[in-house]
Design a protein around this ligand. Structure first.
Ligand code: IMP
Ligand code: MG
Length: 179
């Protein structure tokens, strides 16, 4: 285990198993369609890559980048678009793939923005849900795990751009960010 990790919250095996289950749900929901799977950079990349490979229906890929936290462990509530989608989404079924829903600022901003482009549908697939911290009312349509109010890292999630490549989701030691 990484020395900055307090404990492993979700193991590689648990992540893998849950992604298989989510893929089955998505395959069913979008059967006969070709959803546009939108990865929110950078936190969702591991989840996105594993989820899409677990799905059997045809999908399309696109990417968006949003700024939210900077280097801190708390959301500013300020959301800024850094990279937009490459193509139009009018009439498309869009699935936003996100690492975690915390305050909900990021996803409510994104959902509103994408809806204004007249897609057929916009749904949210989030690996983690930290419901205790929600400020804006927003729910995931597809969800991996509910977690407590702890700062987590790994499997794409970072603290100050570190720990993204850990294969599991761990709780970051408080001593790392409370210096
Ligand atoms: P929200 O806008 O507050 O819902 O925040 C969403 C974003 O904050 C996520 O996409 C993450 O990048 C980041 N975030 C929230 N909680 C955590 C955490 O526990 N670890 C790492 N990143 C987090
Ligand atoms: Mg982040």
């Amino acid at each position: 285990m990484h020395p900055d990790v307090d404990s492993i919250l979700i193991s590689e095996e648990q992540i893998k198993k849950r992604i298989q289950e989510l893929a089955v749900k998505l395959d069913k929901e979008y059967e006969g369609k070709r959803p546009l799977m939108v990865s929110i950079l950078k936190g969702s990349v591991m989840f996105y890559a594993d989820l899409l490979r677990a799905m059997s229906i045809p999908v399309e890929m696109d990417f968006m980048a949003i700024s939210s936290y900077g280097a801190g462990a708390k959301s500013s509530g300020e959301v800024k678009l850094i990279k937009d989608l490459d193509r139009k989404i009018e009439g498309r079924d869009v699935v936003i793939v996100e690492d975690i829903i915390d305050s909900g600022y990021t996803l409510s901003y994104l959902k509103r923005m994408l809806y204004s482009r007249k897609p057929a549908s916009v749904k949210i697939c989030a690996l983690l849900d930290k419901y205790a911290r929600r400020v804006v009312p927003i729910e995931a349509d597809f969800k991996g795990f509910d977690i407590e109010d702890e700062f987590v890292i790994g499997y794409g999630l970072d603290y100050a751009e570190r720990y993204r490549n850990l294969p599991y989701i761990g709780i970051l030691k408080r001593s790392v960010y409370e210096k």
